[in-house]
Design a protein around this ligand. Structure first.
Ligand SMILES: Nc1nc2c(ncn2[C@@H]2O[C@H](COP(=O)(O)OP(=O)(O)OP(=O)(O)O)[C@@H](O)[C@H]2O)c(=O)[nH]1
Ligand SMILES: [Mg+2]
Length: 543
């Protein structure tokens, strides 16, 4: 296997070299979850693909496990899945497309080495695709593009590619070329390997036929493709080869070029080609920058081939599986080999932590992970010790930076439908705050909580989850506050400030002081009257 990316020095152990860890991103509804489901079928992780909107006894999509996801047919939370295919071991993260959940998606992108960008063939680049692409670019993530829904009326192929090149300022190189579209969509021609792929319309779960060809002049093509479509295919591919750059691994590895595949996820078509593309081109586990030492003022690259295991938590999810009722921290292993039962050093608390029941997310089942390697995503059930941004090592003091936490843009009061259950509500809300699903503020005066989120749909998710997971109906109500900012400065200055401004101060769920803003003028007033404190929109989610 060829190596791309920035690994330096010693070669990777074979187990690490065969890891591929990627996220699937796009605007809502482009087909990420459907594609995930089909990838799992190919990987043998599940037998039949579930439907995103399942009726009756139909199987549901594996990665949409929350009740609200299943009811509305949208993903609201990123989920991880592991499977093997060919020589490779894949860790896949399905992300939500809706912008209200983008904080979760952005954090997920810190844990992967590549992204698959799904484009709806009829819609092209949509706003959320563009935003997510920008995040990938900031992190120099290599991107593979999958143009989905070719079984529907699609845009012209050249037009789609032009739009990608223009709007994303990225070179596009066709890995496959579609033959027809909509009702006339026959399949694709694999430009990289000279193969003809034919879609099976009779059975959505069956993989179509793939035939080896001796190039586009192979006379056998005419046995499968009608003359008109064949002439068009030849002409188009010739033109594409002339106009578009050939695949350049280095440029792809640096995020400047994206290979593009065409298919129809729901018809299981083009999925195998994409998977082969991931195996062939997606990078092996990449190094991560970390801050070291007690003060964190020096930096070093943590390389995947280092002997000692290290990793960071990029997501926490409570009550994932009603059968388990626990909290799972998603850990990306950044180096070394991890084995079950290992005692790790929890950097934030400075305490040892025995990881006795780590899990691999093998489709619908959780399985105990006996071992895991750099690149893997494992789940660590815990009782709240592990938070987003936490680092685990074999003793070294280090932390991984760049895990974002967004300032909430909407604030509401949260009340239990039954006032006697207020204690339970405390517990539920704290839990979700620690998951990163919401920000939580306890005002100095008055009772109750103020909940902050980035997007309005997050309130719906919270209400639905508090009800399903805690049996507690809740109400969200308007507050007088519009924003919350974290208060910075010397301890003395912060204490003096919070004392004077009690009426507008609160503590977040970590106990850090925040200033609650009622009108924009509040900020100017604080800046004028309290030059020794700062008001900040973000809080780093690291130890
Ligand atoms: N015609 C057609 N429909 C598809 C195809 N792939 C997915 N769909 C449908 O498109 C809809 C959205 O699919 P999802 O897989 O839920 O999309 P998603 O990107 O995961 O959506 P979010 O997670 O909410 O952002 C569903 O109704 C799918 O059945 C395809 O290849 N062809
Ligand atoms: Mg989805």
């Amino acid at each position: 296997m060829t190596q791309i990316g920035h690994n330096s020095g010693t070669p990777l152990p074979p187990e690490v070299a065969r890891r591929r860890t990627f996220a699937i991103i796009s605007h809502p509804d482009a087909g990420k979850t459907t594609l995930t489901e089909k990838l799992l079928v190919y990987g043998g992780a599940i037998q039949t693909a579930g439907a995103v909107r399942a009726r009756g006894e139909q199987r549901r999509a594996t990665s949409d496990f929350l009740k609200m996801e299943q009811q509305r047919g949208i993903s609201v939370s990123a989920s991880a899945m592991t499977f093997e295919w060919g020589d490779c071991w894949f860790n896949l993260l399905d992300t939500p497309g809706h912008e209200d959940f983008s904080e979760d998606t952005y954090r997920t992108l810190t844990a992967v080495d590549a992204a698959v960008m799904v484009i709806d063939a009829a819609k092209g680049i949509e706003p959320q695709t563009l935003k997510l692409f920008e995040v990938c670019r900031m992190r120099d993530l290599p991107i593979l593009t999958f143009v989905n829904k070719m079984d529907r009326e699609a845009r012209d192929t050249f037009e789609i590619i032009d739009e990608l090149q223009e709007k994303l300022a990225i070179d596009v190189t066709p890995a496959s070329w579609p033959i027809g579209m909509g009702r006339d969509f026959l399949g694709t021609y694999d430009i990289l390997h000279d193969r003809l792929g034919l879609m099976d319309r009779a059975d959505r779960n069956r993989r179509g036929e793939t035939l080896e060809m001796k190039g586009l002049d192979d006379p056998r093509l005419a046995d499968h493709v009608p003359a008109g479509q064949l002439a068009e295919l030849r002409e188009n591919v010739e033109m594409a080869r002339e106009l578009m750059p050939a695949l350049d691994r280095q440029s792809f590895g640096e995020g400047h070029m994206t290979p593009i595949w065409f298919g129809s996820a729901i018809n299981s078509f083009g999925v195998a080609e994409l998977l082969a593309g991931l195996a062939e081109f997606a990078p092996q586990p990449q190094p991560r920058e970390a801050l070291t030492g007690k003060t964190g003022d020096s930096k070093r690259m943590v390389e995947p081939q280092e002997k000692a295991a290290t990793g960071f938590v990029f997501k926490v999810q409570a009550n994932m599986d009603p059968k388990h009722r626990d909290r799972v921290a998603f850990l990306r292993l950044t180096s070394g080999r991890f084995t079950r039962g290992m005692k790790m050093h929890h950097v934030r608390s400075g305490k040892p932590m025995a990881i006795s029941n780590p899990v691999l997310f093998l489709a619908a089942e959780r399985e105990l992970a006996e071992e895991a390697w750099a690149g893997d995503i494992i789940g660590i059930p815990n009782h709240g010790q592990l938070r987003i941004g936490d680092a685990l090592t074999e003793g070294e003091t280090l932390r991984f930076s760049g895990i974002p936490s967004f300032a909430p843009e909407m604030l509401q009061n949260c009340r239990a439908g039954d006032p006697l259950k207020a204690k339970h509500l405390d517990k539920a809300l704290t839990q979700f705050a620690e998951e990163g699903a919401a920000k939580l503020f306890k005002p100095t005066f008055g009772s109750g909580w103020i909940v902050g989120v980035v997007g309005a749909l997050q309130f719906d998710v919270l209400a639905s989850r508090i009800e399903t997971e805690y049996g507690l109906p809740v109400r969200f109500e308007a507050t007088q506050y519009r924003e919350a900012r974290w208060i910075g400065g010397s301890d003395k200055a912060v204490d003096a400030f919070t004392d004077k401004e009690k009426g507008q101060c609160a503590l977040d769920h970590d106990g850090d002081p925040v200033f609650m803003i009622r009108i924009p003028w509040d900020v100017q007033r604080v800046e004028r009257d309290y030059p020794e404190v700062t008001l900040s929109r973000t809080k780093e989610m690291m130890v």
